[in-house]
Design a protein around this ligand. Structure first.
Ligand SMILES: [Zn+2]
Length: 230
């Protein structure tokens, strides 16, 4: 395999230096590995993190130089194996992920955080249990409650620490979820702007998205979105 190009090495040195600085202050998220990542959405650098909150391998996919910059476009994506990998229509995760990478790929700089909080934090098996309850007629929130979970277990502390380690000064966050904005702000991230991140609705995910709006406070105007073919 070819060695990384010189500009990449420079960036790595800058971020490693920043990582070393925070190490003295008990860093909460540290870069454990990094490499170039050419994708169908553009050329990125991928960072694998280790953190003090959980044993999960959270990832940052970074375009351009973000260290020390303000208003860096950021998308925070939570892992969804059924949507991201298998293309499930039960949710809009894959569309959201692809749109996020596509968008960041076109910018001069940007970050997509891929958080390993499957099933809004309840894990894959429990998410599938929740799907089974939804097949019986419960909505996503009711199904989570029936399994003994709150409707959203996600925690944005680790995401905030990853952004701090990457050295961004402030971010423009692509999201429809006010909890995400609040969660990052509470953990010390300056968000200068929330940018709506809207994807087409399909016959399968309309109810899921309606529940997001009705019960979880997501800022999505469903009627304004076209009904995509399934
Ligand atoms: Zn999903």
């Amino acid at each position: 395999m070819a060695l990384p190009a010189a500009p990449f090495q420079e960036m790595f040195d800058v971020i490693s230096a920043s990582s070393r600085e925070t190490r003295d202050n008990e860093p909460k998220a540290r870069i454990a590995a990094t490499a170039n990542l050419p994708t169908r959405f553009g050329e990125f650098i991928i960072y694998a993190f280790e953190n003090q909150y959980d044993r999960k391998e959270h990832i940052a996919v970074v375009k351009g130089d973000v260290h020390g910059y303000e208003n860096v476009p950021v998308r925070v994506h939570s892992e969804c194996l059924t949507g991201d990998v298998l293309g499930s229509f039960r949710c809009d995760c894959r569309d959201q992920l692809e749109a996020g990478l596509k968008h960041i790929g076109k910018q001069e700089r940007g970050i997509l955080l891929y958080l390993r909080q499957e099933g809004r934090g309840i894990g894959l098996t429990n998410k599938i249990r929740a799907y089974a309850l939804q097949d019986l007629g419960l909505d996503t929130v009711e199904a989570n409650h029936a399994l003994g979970f709150p409707d959203d277990e996600r925690d944005y502390a680790v995401a905030a620490e990853m952004l701090k380690t990457l050295g961004v000064k402030s971010v423009e966050l692509f999201t429809n979820n006010p909890r995400k904005v609040q969660g990052l702000r509470e953990n010390g991230i300056e968000i200068t702007k929330r940018v709506p991140h809207l994807q087409p609705v399909n016959h399968h995910n309309r109810h899921y998205l309606e529940t997001k709006v009705r019960k979880s406070g997501h800022l999505i105007e469903l009627d304004a979105l076209s009904l995509a073919a399934t």
